[in-house]
Design a protein around this ligand. Structure first.
Ligand code: SAH
Length: 382
């Protein structure tokens, strides 16, 4: 991992931030209580309260003594996000905008991390409704994918583990509905915040927490190759999706600047290693942008890539008009998808749920808060 990436993925616990109960793994909670002269079983009690029962207030921790509760309150040991806004789309998709309680120094003074999550209802397998939460891992993003609105915002920082989880807990609480899937496809590059993202995913998967199946948790990366290798080395049980978006090593560069640092060849090698060593299918996401990556030549290259490894392709029609690019027509989408299927490749059209509330893929740019088209200067005032 290169130096800047290392820096960005280092754990929140090591960045001098105050300890928060809802930011820690069960093991970290045990160490915390033991260090304070408390019994280690307090950790399990706290973990269950927070992650299984959804407690948002230390007064709920009735198994703790009053002095211990008071002390933890003084230390602000159970911080939570503020819900700033939510908007419902015509098809039932709902977008939420959250603000962190923490202030971080920026060029223009103190700023708070602001980020979005999207609730998506769709048809799943076996006619069961799939209720997916698309969550953010960073406030802004350091990558500059030319089609993505999040890249136009200033980067305010990695989300801490509790900030990742609280998006889910608050939405579940508000809606009083269970979720079936969590996808790290909101704002940010999850693999630039590796430790906090994996800690959050493990907590979601934990039997004493929500106990969400690991196969229902998907982490999507633009192609941070060293982190993919780490994910494989650690045998992480979560689904991995790679935003491929262009099958040509040179033409992918202007679309996704991450390609300058990690070549397409290295990325595909890592993807292949994932499929062979973990014996799992990898998901490629592929934005369809007419004139950029949908020509017959692109299709041929994509087919050649997909035939070499066990994969499926999730097609996403372009949702933004950045660069003056347009979305594909229904006929263009169908032709592209059929060509892949006729070549024997699993290809699905993911569609664009939530487009009318700027909640679809690549549209997360806090637009409804600022009330304008996203611009770096505007967003930095938030
Ligand atoms: N950084 C991660 C996760 C965030 S983006 C990643 O790149 O995978 C989640 C998905 O939305 C990615 O597959 C990305 O390629 C796609 N996306 C981004 N902008 C888009 C846009 N304008 N239209 C359609 N899909 C977009």
């Amino acid at each position: 991992m290169s130096a800047p990436e290392k820096e960005m993925s280092s754990s929140a616990a090591h960045q001098g931030q105050a300890f928060a109960l809802n930011d820690a793994s069960l093991e970290e909670l045990e160490a915390f209580f033991l260090a304070r002269g408390e019994k280690s079983f307090r950790a399990k009690q706290a973990f269950r309260r927070i992650h299984h029962l959804g407690s948002r207030c230390l007064d709920d921790f009735t198994e703790f003594s009053l002095p211990l509760r008071e002390k933890l309150k003084q230390e602000n040991a159970l911080p939570g996000l503020f819900l700033k806004e939510s908007s419902v789309s015509r098809n039932g998709t709902e977008k939420y905008i959250f603000e962190s309680p923490e202030e971080v120094p920026g060029r223009d003074g103190l700023r708070k991390r602001v980020f979005e999550s999207v609730w998506i209802v769709s048809d799943g397998r076996d006619e069961r409704t799939r209720k997916t939460l698309c969550i953010s891992s960073q406030a802004g993003c350091t990558l500059n994918c030319s089609f993505c609105a999040t890249g136009t915002l200033p980067f305010i920082g990695n989300l801490r583990t509790y900030e990742i989880l609280d998006q889910i807990y608050q939405i579940v609480h508000l809606r009083q509905e269970r979720i079936t899937n969590v996808v790290f496809m909101g704002m940010g590059e999850p693999f630039h915040n590796y430790d906090n993202v994996i800690r959050a995913a493990r907590i979601l998967n934990h039997p004493e927490g929500l106990h969400l199946s690991a196969r229902h948790i998907t982490i999507s990366t633009a192609g941070v190759v060293p982190a993919i290798h780490r994910f494989i080395d650690e045998r992480q049980p979560f689904n991995l999706a790679i935003s491929l978006n262009h099958p040509d090593p040179e033409k992918r560069k202007p679309l996704m600047d991450v390609t300058e640092r990690h070549s397409l060849q290295e990325l595909l090698q890592a993807a292949r290693r994932y499929t062979t060593e973990l014996r799992r299918r990898i998901t490629f996401e592929y934005i369809m942008i007419p004139g950029q990556n949908m020509d017959p030549e692109d299709l041929d290259k994509l087919i050649r890539i997909a035939r070499k490894l066990r994969c499926k392709i999730n097609l996403i029609p372009l949702n933004t008009t950045l660069q003056g690019w347009r979305a594909p027509t229904a006929a263009e989408i169908m032709d592209f998808q059929n060509a892949l299927r006729n070549a024997g490749i699993l290809a699905f059209n993911r569609g664009s749920p939530g487009k009318d509330v700027d909640g679809a893929c690549g549209m997360l740019a806090l637009r409804s808060l600022s009330g304008t088209t996203p611009e770096k200067t505007k967003a930095s005032e938030i």
